[in-house]
Design a protein around this ligand. Structure first.
Ligand code: PRP
Length: 186
């Protein structure tokens, strides 16, 4: 789904495809340099991180292992509550592994904060975060995030894995959405 859909429900393109591709290659280059000679495990958080994980992993010049987990917030509506439940756990044990947690977006930071506590308790050799997007203004907790693609304004964003009621995940760009103009069907 291309950016030609922007203009009706979607307000504007925030990050276009070449910009995404270029930044993801830079992140992959930094990761490759920092983990040179190590066995790295990318942990993706479903579903939003799928596109980013797939492109980041393919941009790596070396082999990486990949695993996925699915978590669900107990919060109401679209706001994260920080109370999280594991819906699908990882298949690969983390003990002694160099782990990179791959996230699509850090909004309040509450989900990530919980994930870092939970995954640290499994005694990885190292644990870092690589997030495509971060909303600095929305952050409610102090987080040490080593790899960030883009700092973005506190707007509702969709595309490249991010959804509005499960729509727009397959949009090839990151766009802003006006919920007042968007339908949940279609
Ligand atoms: C999104 C995103 C993060 C979380 C960020 O997931 O992937 O996991 O919200 O929000 P926070 O920083 O305020 O905690 P979501 O619950 O929308 O699930 P999805 O990836 O399946 O769309």
């Amino acid at each position: 789904m291309g950016p030609e859909h922007v203009g009706t429900e979607l307000a504007e393109v925030l990050i276009d495809e070449p910009t995404l591709t270029g930044r993801i290659q830079q992140l992959a280059n930094s990761l490759a340099a920092d983990y040179e000679g190590e066995r790295v495990l990318f942990v993706g958080v479903l579903k939003g991180a799928v596109m980013f994980m797939a492109d980041l992993a393919r941009a790596m010049p070396c082999s990486v292992e990949m695993d996925f987990m699915s978590v669900s917030s107990y919060g109401y509506g679209t706001q994260s509550s920080g109370v999280v439940r594991i819906m699908k756990d990882l298949d690969i044990p983390l003990e002694g592994r160099h782990v990179v947690l791959v996230e699509d977006i850090i909004d309040s930071g509450l989900t990530l904060s919980w994930l870092l506590r939970t995954l640290s308790a499994r005694h990885p050799a190292s644990l870092e975060v690589c997030a495509l997007l971060r909303k600095r203004e929305a952050l409610q907790v102090e987080l040490d995030i080593k790899y960030v693609g883009f700092d973005i304004p506190n707007a509702f964003v969709v595309g490249y894995g991010l959804d509005y009621a499960e729509r727009f995940r397959n949009l090839s760009v990151i766009a802003t959405l006006d919920p007042a103009n968007a339908t949940t069907a279609g």
